[in-house]
Design a protein around this ligand. Structure first.
Ligand code: ADP
Length: 226
């Protein structure tokens, strides 16, 4: 069974006078362990698509099913809890909580879920991401590259069904950008983590096992590497 089923989704913004079709009849499936890049120019609908796949927004038409759970029909039925448990979301702007230490930022999704953090996995993840030395600092005291590695740790710690990354290198210099892409690739290969990443950058798309190209809210091509 596919881990993600996207069935004919469409999404419009605005009202009757200013209607704008951001997603137009998009369908595809994602298998467990895939590293899918959604590639396309700014404004083609990548962020809209990811926010729908991640349960942050809903659609006008169609359905999104994650591991058998229909997040479209259940959108107003505890979607926050489903999202927190099952989706790791990484954004260009980091979205760390400034008043919490790095360590607490990473642990928060699990604590909110009334679960216990798997301590040996926590140690493994912070070592893998080379953030052991900064876990007691606060987000304002760490560099951008470190912030994005913390966001990746916060996503990985809950062993999510899918990591969704929206232009995760958008606020990073080349070195940190290459590093975060390498770490995402390793998380995909070593942990079998399913990843869906949006970017406008064709070079970044090269790490993916599959690339869906979007143009004006539609899928233009869907290519898997052999
Ligand atoms: P991308 O991530 O590829 O840059 P977006 O999904 O952010 O594309 O945006 C797709 C289109 O939808 C753009 O034309 C954008 O202006 C429009 N759009 C996005 N969010 C909104 C919104 N909340 N209200 C109205 N239009 C929006």
């Amino acid at each position: 069974m596919a881990i993600l089923e996207v069935k004919g989704i469409s999404k419009t913004y605005g009202n009757e006078d200013t209607i704008f079709e951001a997603l137009n009849d998009i369908s595809f499936n994602v298998e467990k362990g895939e590293f899918l890049v959604i590639l396309g120019n700014s404004g083609c609908g990548k962020s809209t698509l990811l926010s729908v796949l991640g349960g942050l927004d809903t659609v006008n038409d169609g359905e999104v099913i994650i591991s058998g759970y229909n997040i479209t029909t259940n959108f107003f039925n505890n979607i926050t809890s489903f999202r927190r448990k099952n989706i790791g979301y990484i954004q260009q702007s980091f979205n760390l909580i400034d008043t919490l230490s790095v360590e607490k930022n990473i642990r928060l999704p699990i604590i909110l879920d009334n679960k216990k953090v798997d301590e040996s996995y926590f140690k493994k993840i912070i070592k893998f991401l080379d953030i052991e030395n900064i876990i007691y600092r606060y987000p304002k005291d760490i560099k951008s590259g470190e912030k994005q590695r913390v966001c990746l740790a916060r996503a990985l710690i809950k062993k999510p069904l899918i990591i969704i990354a929206d232009e995760p290198t958008g606020s990073l210099d080349k070195e940190n950008s290459d590093n975060i892409m390498k770490l995402l690739r390793l998380a995909n290969m070593l942990l079998g983590q399913t990843i869906i990443l949006a970017t406008h950058n064709e070079k970044i798309a090269l790490v993916a096992s599959r690339t869906i190209k979007m143009v004006d809210g539609k899928i233009e091509s869907d290519i898997k590497k052999i």
